[in-house]
Design a protein around this ligand. Structure first.
Ligand SMILES: Cc1ncc(COP(=O)(O)O)c(C=O)c1O
Length: 389
């Protein structure tokens, strides 16, 4: 089912229709491996739910839907063993929106917002757009994976830092943090009186051997400062429906967010609510199991092909469909690497430096696409770097 060809060109699709403008790659001959969304047809329960709305034919106002909250509670409980009270849930327009709302609610102009890098570029983006101060804490390396450097984190702290945004699982490296690591982050936040935002959008695409532990479950004694943000969007390929959720257990913390939300008159769009409910269902769960098996296959094809090119190295992933590839072993300049990736292989990627310190020699490749296209991308990269073979 995931091998089906779904041509997204000409569908107002950011990833494919902006490929030329953003990456300098012609979509008619290129491969879009940037933007973290997937090219697969959506799961049948989602399509049925949306088709039902179209057949009904009226797109009137909706309301804050108890079924949406119940579906989230069911999903978190069955997939992550976390018992969430429906009252803790606040719908959002997605996680970017939630991060903006959080910074707006709990910080002021010039306040510090910290995060471990390299990381999803919009942590820095939202901080800067809101005229807050990004405080970047480079992660350390333990062999072939990243670890958190709390000495560096301590050194970066000052009283103006108010929020820590944590990516769990980690984009771009695919690290799945252990319960102890999650707990250590919450403890660090408590030591410095930070609100900690745990971005768990990638928590349902976990490869065999790893296990995601929600931060609020790993560190329940710090619930008064934890805001979890999540969505069905990455897993189910529905980010265009712009629906996610924040889970805030602490009543005072939650009240502040809700006040801001009421003032901006945000309410979720009905198709996003319907799709999330349909996704977070037993049928949706079965579909995700198949998806993870398929993505695991893509990951193996991609990594084997990339690691066969001398000088290129794909970091082993525990989660996500985003491969993090280091080009430093080629000894080439970034311009030369990008010339080969963009102009020779004709592949659009996310540039490593955008993810902050630690990303300088990397690029990020999204392989959430049919296997044949992943194989094609690998073959093109092998050709583009064939002088290194
Ligand atoms: C870690 C992380 N958080 C948030 C987002 C964006 O979420 P949304 O589309 O809901 O704004 C992404 C998208 O790539 C992401 O990787």
């Amino acid at each position: 089912m995931f091998d089906e060809i779904v041509d997204r060109r000409g569908t107002h699709c950011y990833k494919w229709d902006r490929l030329q403008d953003a990456c300098g790659v012609d979509p008619d001959e290129g491969i879009a491996m940037w933007v973290a969304d997937s090219d697969f047809r959506n799961a049948p329960p989602i399509l049925e739910a949306l088709q039902g709305m179209v057949d009904h034919g009226v797109f009137g106002y909706g309301y804050d839907d108890a079924g949406f909250r119940d579906a989230i509670c069911w999903w978190q409980s069955t997939h992550h063993g976390w018992q969430v009270d429906p009252d803790w849930i606040i719908p959002t327009q997605g996680l970017g929106h939630a991060i903006g709302m959080i910074l707006d609610t709990y910080t002021g102009l010039g306040d510090g917002v910290c995060f471990f890098t390299p990381v999803y570029h919009e942590f820095r983006g939202k901080t800067e757009k809101g005229e807050r101060r990004p405080v970047e804490i480079p992660m350390a390396r333990d062999g072939d994976r990243y670890v958190l450097d709390f000495d560096a984190a301590e050194a970066a702290m000052d009283p103006s830092v108010k929020v820590l945004i944590f990516c769990a699982p980690q984009n771009p490296s695919g690290r799945v943090w252990t319960g102890e690591e999650m707990r250590a982050v919450a403890e660090f936040a408590a030591r410095h009186d930070l609100i900690v935002v745990s971005d768990e959008i990638h928590s349902d695409l976990i490869y065999p051997g790893a296990k995601h532990v929600p931060m609020a479950k790993a560190a329940p004694e710090h619930a008064d400062r934890i805001i979890t943000i999540n969505a069905a969007s990455k897993t189910f390929g529905i980010p265009g429906l712009r629906t996610g959720y924040a889970i805030i257990e602490d009543p005072d913390l939650r009240a502040a967010y809700q006040r801001r939300m009421r003032m901006t008159e945000y309410s979720p769009a009905t198709p996003g609510i319907a799709a999330t409910k349909a996704a977070y269902s037993p049928e949706g769960a079965e579909w995700v199991k198949d998806l993870v098996v398929y993505l695991d296959g893509n990951r193996k094809v991609f990594d084997a092909g990339i690691n066969a090119i001398p000088g290129l190295w794909s970091m082993p992933l525990e989660s996500t469909f985003l491969a993090w590839v280091d080009f430093s072993g080629t000894g080439m300049s970034r311009d030369e690497v990008m010339h080969r990736v963009r102009d020779v292989a004709k592949i659009g990627v996310n540039l490593g430096p955008a993810f902050g310190p630690g990303g300088e020699t990397f690029n990020r490749f999204n392989f959430a696409m049919r296997r044949a296209l992943v194989e094609e991308a690998v073959a093109r990269l092998q050709d583009a770097f064939s002088d290194l073979q």
